[in-house]
Design a binder for this molecule. Structure first.
Ligand code: GSH
Length: 206
């Protein structure tokens, strides 16, 4: 049997969607959560000096989206044809652009950087969130299925739904203007395997 080992820090962050794809597939995996103190010794041994890393029978793959794409393809949630797969990748890449755009807000909010959290919420987060959830809303509308692309769950649904859940946990009214994303998050997180994962995964602040 193939051995999957997912290495990341003991948070959800950039490692969580790979974990969720494996959980969705009902695939056993080694959920290797590396304590901060152990990281300096491991860092130079990794392909790009960063986590997450996926090991498949000892072969190493870095970069969170590359890992998600590989796993999604292995387990059939990468889109049902090359065009759907490209659409999934397009939304996922745009999601990464969104996170980069709003990063200064989240870094300050999580206490990793100085900065006026309220000012960053108003000037950085809200404009980025409104712009990008507007883009993603067009995909939900166009698919008409409740999923972002096609008529079934893909890994980009896991990516967006986790972020929506995180936003809702921090501010329940933030998505009042986007009821379709509350419905999307509920639909994605009602999948039996995902539901079980969400209920049993380690509780972390982010
Ligand atoms: N583009 C990379 C990906 O998506 O995998 C970014 C990975 C990344 O930023 N990893 C951070 C990290 O390894 C944690 S989220 N930080 C420790 C370090 O750079 O030494």
């Amino acid at each position: 049997m193939v051995h999957y080992k997912l290495s990341y820090f003991p948070i959800r962050g950039a490692g969580e969607i790979a974990r969720q794809i494996l959980a969705f597939a009902g695939q056993e995996f080694e959920d290797n959560r590396i304590p901060k103190e152990e990281w300096p010794a491991i860092k130079p041994t990794t392909p790009f000096g960063q986590l997450p890393l996926l090991e498949v029978d000892g072969k190493v793959l870095a970069q969170s989206h590359a890992i998600s794409r590989y796993l999604a393809r292995q387990f059939g949630i990468n889109g049902k044809c090359p065009w759907e797969e490209a659409q999934v990748n397009s939304v996922a890449d745009q999601f990464k652009d969104y996170l980069n755009e709003v990063r200064p807000y989240f870094m300050a909010k999580m206490g990793f950087s100085d900065g006026d959290v309220e000012a960053l919420a108003k000037d950085v987060f809200l404009p980025g969130f409104t712009k990008h959830y507007g883009f993603f809303a067009n995909f939900l509308k166009s698919s008409g299925s409740g999923y972002l692309v096609g008529d079934s769950l893909t890994w980009v649904d896991l990516l967006v739904a986790q972020h929506t859940a995180d936003l809702l946990a921090a501010n329940a009214s933030l998505l009042d203007a986007y009821p379709q994303f509350k419905a999307h998050q509920e639909k994605v997180h009602s999948n039996a395997n995902i539901k079980k994962w969400l209920e049993t995964r380690p509780v972390t602040p982010f």
